[in-house]
Design a binder for this molecule. Structure first.
Ligand code: HEC
Ligand code: HEC
Ligand code: HEC
Ligand code: HEC
Ligand code: HEC
Length: 470
C-alpha cells in the first residue's frame, strides 16, 4: 500500500510531512485506528485541522482521505498483517478511546500512543521520578519530614495539621485533590506528568501579597477540562475535556512554565532552599529555561529536561582553563572556572556541589603534588563550590532543620573564579585540573551511604584542563 504521505502528495501536490514533522507518528496512529474501525473517518477530520492549513487545503485533504479510505479498505488484509508490530510500538493504545470529562487525572500513558517520542523522553526524566515512590533522594527526605507516601491523610508541620507542601510540586495531581496516598492513582505516582504542565493556564507569581510564597500548583491557575500548549493549532484531543489544545504561548514559550515550581522554595524557617528563578532574576537574565532545557531536536521540544542527574548537561555549564608560570623554583598555577549559565553553578537543590582538584605530574606520569589529599571540603576549601545552611550553633544542618545561610561559594551567573596554587616546580611536566560534581555534600553522602544507589553517590567528572610546563 502506498504510504499516506505520498498518496496525499500525489493527490493534492502537498508534501504533508513538511507541514509537520510529527506527522509520521500521527500517521501510524491514523492507520491503526483505520484498521480497527476503518469506516470511521470522522475521527480523522479534526486531526487534520491541527496542521496550520488553509480551508482549501483542508477540504482537499478531506477528499484525499476519502479516496484513501477506498484504497485502505482494498488493502486491509495486507495491512492487517503488518499492523501487529506497529501496535506493539504504541503503548496502551486502547486507552486513547476513553473519554475524560476532567483532565486532572489523565495519565501520561494516555498521551503516549500519539506522542510516543515525547512520552519516552518524559518517562526517563526526573520529572517522571519526582515522587517519594520513585526518587530515592527525595524519598529519604519525604519520609523524614512528611511521612509515608503510601498512606492517605498524612499531615506535616509542628502540629501535624498541614497538607504536605512538597506535593504541590512533586505530585501536582495529588495536590489538586488534597490527597497523600501517592500509589492510589497513576496520575499521582507519575509526579510531574504531562497534565501537570499541559493544564496550566496562568502563572500568578510565587510572591504572595502579604509575604510568603505560592508554591507549585498554588502559583498557577490551571484548567480541568482543556489541554494547554504553545501553539494552539491542534483541534484534536476530543477525549480530553472539551477537546483541543488552548493557545498559551505566553506561558509555554516563557520561563513562566517552570517558575511556579523552580523559582524559590524556603524551609519552614524561611531559609531559601532552591532558588533557580531568583538567581536568574538577580542576574537580570532574560533567556528562557526552555532554550537550554527543552532544545528543539528533530522538530520536537525535548522533554528529557536534564539537570543535575546528567553529568553531560552539568559539564555544559562550566568552562575551565589552567595556566602555569615558572618563577625560579616555584610554579604559579592559575585555574579559571567560569559559570556559563544565567543561574548559579550549581543551581537547585541546596546540597548540589562541585569541587576542583589540581595535580602535578612528572615525565613518567607519577604524582608529585596534589591540591587535596582527602577532599577539598576538608583541605582546600577555596576549591569547594557549595551552599551551606545551618543551625543557630553555626554548624551545617540539613534543609528541614536549617535556620540560616552559613555560606554560598557556588559560582554566580556568569562569574569567573580564579584559584591560585604555588607548586614546587622541580620535575613537574604536566599540571591537570579536574572538576567533579556531586548531587550530595560529603556529610550527607556518608549519612545515606547504605540507603542510596551508587550512581547517586559517585562524584562525576565534569571538566578537565591540562597545562604542559615549559
Ligand atoms: C515540565 C513541564 C512539561 C511536562 C511535564 C510536559 N511538557 Fe510538553 N511541553 C512543555 C512546554 C513548556 C512546551 C513548549 C515548548 C516550547 O514551545 O518551547 C511543551 C510542548 C509540548 C508539545 C508541543 C510540540 C513540541 O514539540 O513543542 C507536545 C505535543 C507536548 N509538549 C506533549 C507532552 C506530553 C505528551 C507530555 C507527557 C508525556 C508532556 N508534554 C510533558 C512542558 C511540559
Ligand atoms: C489521538 C492521538 C493523540 C493523543 C491521544 C494525544 N495527542 Fe496531543 N496531538 C496529537 C496530534 C496529531 C497533534 C498535532 C501535531 C502536533 O502538533 O504535534 C497533537 C498536538 C499536541 C500539542 C501541541 C499543540 C499546541 O498547541 O501546543 C500538545 C501540547 C499536545 N498534543 C498534548 C497532548 C497531551 C498532554 C496528551 C495526553 C493528555 C495528548 N496530547 C494526547 C495527537 C494526540
Ligand atoms: C509542577 C512543578 C514543576 C514544573 C511546572 C516544572 N518542574 Fe522541573 N522539576 C520539578 C520537580 C519536583 C523536580 C525534582 C524532582 C526530583 O528530583 O525529585 C524537577 C526537576 C527539574 C530538573 C532537574 C533534573 C535533574 O537532572 O535533576 C530540571 C532541569 C527541570 N526540572 C526543568 C524544568 C523546566 C525547564 C521546566 C519548565 C519548562 C520545569 N522544570 C517545570 C517540578 C516542576
Ligand atoms: C544557558 C542555559 C540554561 C538556561 C537559560 C537555564 N538553565 Fe538550568 N541548567 C543549565 C545547565 C547547563 C545545568 C547543569 C548545571 C547546574 O546544575 O547548574 C542546569 C541545571 C538546572 C537544574 C538542575 C538543578 C539540580 O538540582 O539538579 C534546574 C532545576 C534548572 N537548571 C532549572 C532551570 C530553570 C527553571 C531555568 C529558567 C528559569 C533554567 N534552568 C535556565 C542550563 C541552563
Ligand atoms: C516549589 C516547589 C517545591 C516544593 C514545595 C518542594 N520541592 Fe523538592 N524540589 C523541587 C524542585 C524543582 C527540585 C529539583 C530541582 C532543583 O534542584 O531545584 C526539588 C528537589 C528536591 C530534592 C532533591 C532530589 C534529588 O534528586 O536530589 C529533595 C530531597 C526534595 N526536593 C525534597 C522536598 C521535600 C521533602 C519537600 C516538602 C517538605 C519539597 N521538596 C517541596 C521543588 C519543590
Amino acid at each position: 500500500m502506498q504510504s499516506f504521505n505520498s498518496l496525499v502528495k500525489t493527490l493534492i501536490g502537498l508534501d504533508y510531512s513538511d507541514a509537520h514533522p510529527r506527522i509520521l507518528s500521527a500517521n501510524k496512529y491514523v492507520n491503526i485506528r483505520k484498521n480497527k474501525k476503518y469506516s470511521n473517518f470522522a475521527k480523522l477530520l479534526p486531526r487534520l485541522g491541527g496542521f496550520k492549513m488553509g480551508m482549501i487545503k483542508y477540504l482537499l485533504i478531506v477528499s484525499a482521505v476519502s479516496l484513501l479510505a477506498l484504497q485502505a479498505q482494498a488493502n486491509t488484509q495486507s495491512f492487517m498483517n503488518s499492523t501487529e508490530s506497529v501496535v506493539d510500538n504504541i503503548i496502551d493504545f486502547s486507552n486513547n478511546n476513553e473519554s475524560h470529562p476532567s483532565i486532572d487525572n489523565v495519565s501520561a500513558r494516555e498521551c503516549s500512543g500519539c506522542h510516543g517520542q515525547i512520552y519516552k523522553q518524559w518517562e526517563g526524566s526526573i520529572h517522571a521520578q519526582s515522587t517519594a515512590l520513585k526518587d530515592p533522594i527525595h524519598g529519604l527526605f519525604y519520609n523524614m519530614v512528611v511521612g509515608n507516601p503510601r498512606v492517605e491523610g498524612v499531615r506535616m508541620g509542628k502540629k501535624k495539621n498541614k497538607y504536605p507542601v512538597c506535593l504541590q510540586c512533586h505530585s501536582p495531581a495529588a495536590a489538586k485533590e488534597g490527597k497523600t496516598q501517592l500509589n492510589a492513582k497513576k496520575s499521582f505516582s507519575e509526579g510531574v506528568n504531562c497534565i501537570a504542565c499541559h493544564a496550566l493556564t496562568e502563572f500568578k507569581g510565587t510572591k504572595k501579597k502579604g509575604g510568603g510564597l505560592n508554591l507549585g500548583m498554588k502559583a498557577y491557575k490551571y484548567s480541568s477540562n482543556q489541554l494547554q500548549g504553545s501553539k494552539g493549532t491542534s483541534l484534536l484531543h476530543q477525549e480530553f475535556g472539551k477537546g483541543g489544545v488552548a493557545n498559551n504561548p505566553d506561558l509555554f514559550r516563557t520561563s513562566k512554565a517552570c517558575l511556579g515550581c523552580h523559582d524559590q522554595r524556603n524551609n519552614s524557617k524561611k531559609v531559601p532552599l532552591c532558588q533557580t528563578g531568583g538567581e536568574i532574576m538577580t542576574a537580570g537574565g532574560s533567556t528562557t529555561c526552555q532554550s537550554c532545557h527543552m532544545p528543539v531536536i528533530d522538530g520536537i521540544s525535548n522533554h528529557t529536561m536534564v539537570g543535575g542527574h546528567s553529568a553531560k548537561m552539568v559539564g555544559k555549564g562550566l568552562a575551565m582553563t589552567i595556566s602555569a608560570t615558572k618563577i625560579s623554583s616555584v610554579l604559579q598555577v592559575k585555574v579559571n572556572a567560569t559559570n556559563l549559565l544565567p543561574h548559579n553553578f550549581p543551581t537547585g537543590t541546596p546540597f548540589r556541589n562541585f569541587f576542583i582538584t589540581v595535580t602535578a605530574l612528572d615525565s613518567s606520569g607519577s604524582v608529585l603534588w596534589q591540591s587535596s589529599k582527602t577532599h577539598p571540603i576538608k583541605d582546600d576549601k577555596k576549591a569547594m563550590f557549595m551552599y551551606i545552611i545551618g543551625g543557630d550553633d553555626n554548624k551545617p544542618a540539613p534543609p528541614p532543620k536549617a535556620t540560616k545561610v552559613l555560606g554560598d561559594t557556588r559560582l554566580k551567573p556568569n562569574e569567573t573564579r580564579v584559584l591560585n596554587y604555588e607548586i614546587p616546580a622541580d620535575g613537574v611536566v604536566i599540571v591537570v585540573a579536574k572538576a567533579y560534581y556531586d548531587l550530595l555534600l560529603p556529610p550527607l553522602k556518608d549519612k545515606f551511604y547504605s540507603k542510596l544507589p551508587r550512581r547517586l553517590l559517585e562524584s562525576k567528572e565534569i571538566a578537565k584542563a591540562i597545562v604542559v610546563v615549559k
